[in-house]
Each structure stands twice: as C-alpha cells, then as structure tokens.
Write a protein that binds this ligand. Structure first.
Ligand code: ADP
Ligand code: MG
Length: 240
C-alpha cells in the first residue's frame, strides 16, 4: 500500500504540491489526470524518492520514503517507473537491456537474468526481439521494452508518467494494451495519462489534479463521466 499524507513540495519559491493526500491499495489502478504543470510528474517523483519533499509523508508498505534511515535501493526495487521518453541503453540489445538490472542490482547470475528478461519481453509482446537494438524498434516497441525493463525487478508498484505522449497515434494502442494486461494481472499502478479512454476503462479510481492538489477523486463513472469540480469539467471537455 502507498500512503501519501499532506504532501507538500516546492521548487524554491514555487509550491507545486500543496497538501496531497492519497492512499493506493494493493492491486488498485489509479489514473492521474490534470493540466500540464499541475504537479502530476512531481507527485510520482516524490513517491519513489527522486524528489525530496518539504512536509508531509509518503509511506510505501509502511516505509517512509523520505526518512534518512530508509534504504532507497531496496525501496526503489519495489517501484518500477516508466517515463515519457524512451530510455533504453542504445548499445545493448533488448535482452541485455532487460537483463541488466536483475544482474547488477539483484545479483542474479547471467543465465538467470536472461531467463527473467526473456519472460518479461514475452509478456510485453517482444518475444521475437531479443537480439534487436532499441534504435531499430518503433516508439511503441521501445515503450514496451521500458515496461519489461521495469518489470524485470519484480516491483510491487508501477508508476507511469505519460508513457504514450511521445508516440505516433497509431502506436499508442499497443502500449496501452500492455498496461491493461498488467492491470489485469493485478499490478498496483499509478498512471499519469492524457488517455481519457484508458483512464475510464482501466482505472479503479481517477484522480484529477489541479494546481498541486487532488481536486477530485473517485471511480471513472464519477470523475470522468460526471465530475463535480468545475475545473475538472473544463479540463475534460478540452481533452476529450
Ligand atoms: P505536470 O507533470 O502535471 O505537467 P510537473 O510536476 O512536471 O507538472 O510540474 C509542476 C510545476 O513544477 C511546473 O510549474 C513546473 O514548471 C515545476 N517544476 C517541475 N520540476 C521542476 C524542477 N526540477 N525545478 C523547478 N521547477 C520545476
Ligand atoms: Mg508531467
């Protein structure tokens, strides 16, 4: 479980998160929607400790992310993250890309890491691309590779930050399908997305972020189909 309590985060004078409360239950899929600059990415970065915070608390399975005594390497193994930009190592094949962290971080043997990598690549539909270099693949394939790479660490949580935003429209579906499968398999996911259809169909809850606060949260049937917040209404009418 991820518990976020009264989280405040500033960059210098600019307060970006202004008291965010959110509890993510095991197995839950929460889509995070909202305008550009509202603090969605910052929220994800705070959860896996890529950003420090000013006040409040984030607990991941009861462990305080921002406590000095927390073992960040151990914590980050639990939390996979996929970004908007593809970030595969260009000089490594897909198999080598996915096998790297199990080998280096988890200390698995080469054959073991490769077994893990093959299984994860098959999961994301790249079972025929083991020896291919990332630059030879489409953006959609590269994002599925990024998902496989995160999954190879066997995380309990997956954070997605606009993973389809840089893709050509015809490649968006295959990545969303992969995320849908992951959700069906019971993965706990926080998904920052502009894909309102995905948010509606796949999420247990949708959180609408406005200027550093979760202004509305609830099932898609409420937040997307029938939002109470005037800001959410306006945002949704602009993106759909
Ligand atoms: P979103 O993901 O919703 O578009 P972000 O979390 O990226 O929003 O950004 C929220 C606000 O914080 C924006 O005003 C952005 O310019 C600012 N911001 C984000 N990262 C930094 C940073 N590293 N330094 C200074 N300001 C930042
Ligand atoms: Mg962002």
């Amino acid at each position: 479980m991820i518990e976020i309590k009264n989280l405040r985060k500033s960059f210098g004078e600019l307060e970006v998160l202004k008291g965010v409360d959110l509890t993510v239950q095991q197995g839950e899929v929460i889509s995070i929607i909202g305008a550009s600059g509202s603090g969605k990415s910052t929220l994800l970065y705070c959860i896996n400790g890529l950003e420090d915070i000013q006040s409040g608390q984030i607990l991941v399975d009861g462990v305080d992310v921002h406590s000095k005594s927390t073992d960040m390497n151990k914590l980050r193994q639990k939390i996979g993250m996929v970004f908007q930009q593809y970030n595969a190592f260009p000089h490594l094949t897909t198999l080598e890309n996915v096998a790297l962290a199990p080998k280096i971080v988890l200390g698995k043997s080469k054959p073991e890491s490769e077994e893990i990598a093959k299984a994860q690549l098959e999961h994301v539909g790249l079972g025929d691309k083991f020896d291919v270099y990332p630059s030879r693949m489409s953006g959609g394939q590269q994002q599925r590779l990024a998902i496989a790479r995160a999954l190879a660490m066997e995380p309990r949580y997956m954070l997605f930050d606009e993973v389809t935003s840089a893709l050509d429209p015809e490649l968006v579906g295959e990545v969303l399908d992969t995320m849908r499968l992951l959700s069906d398999a019971g993965m706990t996911m926080l998904v920052v997305t502009h894909e309102i259809g995905f948010a509606r169909d796949v999420s247990d809850r949708v959180a609408y972020v406005h200027e550093g606060l979760i202004e509305e949260i609830g099932p898609p049937s409420q937040v997307i189909a029938n939002p109470k917040s005037a800001h959410a209404k306006r945002f949704l009418s602009n993106v759909t």
